[in-house]
Ligand binder design. Structure first.
Ligand SMILES: Cc1cc2nc3c(=O)[nH]c(=O)nc-3n(C[C@H](O)[C@H](O)[C@H](O)COP(=O)(O)OP(=O)(O)OC[C@H]3O[C@@H](n4cnc5c(N)ncnc54)[C@H](O)[C@@H]3O)c2cc1C
Length: 381
């Protein structure tokens, strides 16, 4: 059967793209190799650009639109009886625990409140300073802190559940799914006309590459530098028997780690950021030690928690930390939706919507030019 579109990769980015394609009536095939280390299966699920004191404005603008899209999407998936997604507005604390964090905290605080002032959002009662005592009341295992900011609107989502829900809803709308590997693209002249899966050519009007950390493999054929590399993240799930964690906010301090509480007496602590890890999605002694040491530094009250599970994912990282979205100069019919690094659960559902619309020839509802692949190189074709 001829397809209007083929999506390569079944992590959140690929599934979200496929969901929006079939929702618009496009005959779509999703091909997924389901590699070990799929980032979507390990992601912590923090959705909180308003507390981000680090990433550039282009990321921030996209992230604000992306999180604003979530409630409508979740409502729609509920209506489609697609299953739970774990989405909830659970709040988030940003804290400085030790002296070395005072300066980064002050810098982040400046940026967070400056952006709040510029936008007039979030409202002051949704994003504000709290005292050390208030922070501890919100998240009881917390260490004494030097400073804390609280966002009431910060949300979380379960990447695995969201991915499954989108796939369920998309299949109900006619998405075809094939387990396998897209070995290469079929390019005729200067246009993509299909893909090769398991030695078989599948014709398609358009192809989306959502291969996560594995996306770079298509760069050569497309004649572009697709600068996406795996960055390993190890993340530990802790069980707190008998403790009601359902109202605890997420927490982050300033050594690149965080905690996310879930309703089933669980706190997820993570994660390592191992740039240059290669395709090695396994736990390491040093990685697990670092995650646990940081969790206990920020929240010593977790010392008796049970280690329930350790997950490992390969983030699709770009050198500038921005995603890769949109068409490829010089090759018609091919679209990239990858490179979302540490924030793919924040951006992913919305990125899928934007790129699906572009694949269907619609004018983008937001400016994708900061995310174009041409920023890594000029096309060599
Ligand atoms: C530990 C950790 C914590 C994180 N926490 C957060 C967070 O709190 N908030 C946030 O916003 N983001 C977070 N992220 C980031 C987020 O999880 C990722 O950015 C996002 O899941 C990437 O999704 P993806 O679909 O691009 O890639 P993946 O989920 O890795 O999926 C890629 C898929 O493509 C398939 N594939 C690749 N090549 C081919 C091919 N040739 N043919 C067929 N299939 C192919 C793979 O097998 C895989 O199934 C975290 C990530 C990690 C690892």
């Amino acid at each position: 059967m001829p397809f209007d579109a083929v999506v390569v990769g079944g992590g959140l980015l690929g599934t979200a793209t496929a969901y929006h394609l079939v929702s618009a009536g496009a005959r779509t095939l999703l091909v997924d190799r389901a590699d070990a280390g799929r980032a979507t299966d390990a992601g912590a699920g923090i959705l909180s650009p308003e507390t981000n004191g680090r990433d550039p404005d282009a990321w921030f603008r996209l992230a604000v639109e992306a999180v604003a899209y979530y409630p409508a999407l979740i409502e729609r998936l509920r209506g489609e009886q697609a299953g739970d997604t774990g989405y909830a507005r659970c709040g988030k604390l940003v804290v400085a625990v030790s002296d070395d964090e005072l300066e980064p905290f002050a810098q982040a605080r400046r940026l967070i409140f400056e952006r709040q002032k510029q936008r007039g959002l979030p409202r002051a009662d949704d994003l504000h300073d709290v005292t050390a005592a208030e922070a501890r009341e919100l998240f009881p295992p917390l260490a004494p802190v030097h400073g804390a900011i609280y966002s009431r609107i910060a949300a979380r989502v379960d990447g695995r559940l969201l991915n499954r829900a989108l796939r369920t809803a998309a299949e109900a709308r006619g998405l075809a799914v094939r387990q396998g590997s897209v070995e290469r693209l079929v390019i005729e002249g200067d246009a993509v006309t299909g893909v090769v899966v398991g030695g078989e050519t599948v014709p398609a009007g358009a192809v989306a590459i959502a291969g996560g950390a594995w996306s770079e493999a298509f760069g050569k054929q497309l004649g572009v530098t697709l600068a996406v590399a795996p960055q390993r993240g190890q993340i530990v799930h802790l069980g707190l028997h008998g403790t009601d964690t359902s109202r605890w906010p997420m927490v982050n301090a300033f050594r690149q780690q965080y905690m996310v509480a879930w309703p089933d007496s669980r706190v997820v602590a993570g994660a390592t950021r191992e740039t240059g890890s290669g395709f090695t999605p396994h736990t390491t002694t040093a990685g697990v030690r670092d995650v646990l040491a940081e969790a206990l530094r920020v929240a010593p009250g977790l010392a008796d928690a049970e280690v329930r599970e350790i997950r490992v994912g390969l983030r699709p990282l770009t050198p500038d930390g921005l995603p890769v979205l949109g068409d490829v100069p010089g090759v018609a019919g091919i679209f990239l939706v990858t490179g979302h690094g540490p924030t793919g659960l924040t951006l992913g559902a919305y990125s899928g919507k934007l790129v699906a619309a572009q694949m269907l020839g619609k004018a983008p509802e937001t400016d994708l030019s900061p995310f174009g692949v041409a920023r890594f190189s000029s096309p060599a074709r």
